[in-house]
Ligand binder design. Structure first.
Ligand code: AR6
Length: 169
């Protein structure tokens, strides 16, 4: 079975088959990790993303990596936190699951995620981290193609939350 790894760093630097982007429903770029990915990938990425005409929350779309070391970029809008009673948990799980499904469909063996929705979208980290880890673990249990899924945490607090979730899973 493939492994989950938790690391701290900048996801745009990773040489994996696919990195996931915590996008918005327009798929036309923004701040946070989305902005960093669009800047590092170069203008070809926005041209490719424009063709999708948007993406619903929890769904995913794939593009080439353009100037990134990663082969593909998988774009998924996570849910905006609205207090927890607006299907945020199932939508966040959908983002992880649909991204992994798309990665597998495109022959990927290594995938890296940022902490979807815990920045601008304000999903509480202590709830997002165990949900992300459990969803990825469950997917790995049912799929033999993936070798490694890496959670790439930008800051120490996020890193600690995912490490704890991994230990307790
Ligand atoms: N590598 C890895 N993680 C990063 C990086 C990076 N280079 N830069 C930031 N993060 P956010 P969201 C972390 O706000 O909450 C955008 O404007 C960051 O510290 O990027 O899903 C989109 O266009 C945090 O832990 O995504 C949407 O409008 C995590 O990535 C909206 O923000 C996610 O924070 C999406 O909000």
């Amino acid at each position: 079975m493939g492994r989950i790894e938790v690391t701290q760093g900048d996801i745009t630097k990773l040489k994996v088959d696919a990195i996931v982007n915590a996008a918005n429903t327009t798929l036309r770029g923004g701040g946070g990790v989305d902005g960093a990915i669009h800047r590092a990938a170069g203008p070809g990425l926005d041209v490719a993303c424009a063709k999708f005409g948007g993406c619903a929350t929890g769904e995913a779309r794939i593009t080439p990596g353009f100037n990134l070391p990663a082969t593909f970029i998988i774009h998924t809008p996570g849910p905006v936190w609205q207090g927890g009673h607006h299907h945020e948990a199932s939508l966040l799980a959908n983002s992880y699951r649909n991204s992994l499904q798309l990665a597998v469909a495109n022959g990927c063996r290594t995938v890296a995620f940022p902490s979807i929705s815990t920045g601008v979208y304000a999903y509480p980290l202590d709830q997002a981290a165990p949900l992300a880890i459990a969803t990825i673990q469950h997917f790995l249990g049912n799929n033999s193609q993936l070798d490694r899924v890496t959670m790439v945490c930008f800051d120490a607090r996020t890193y600690a939350a995912y490490q704890r979730a991994l230990e307790q899973n």
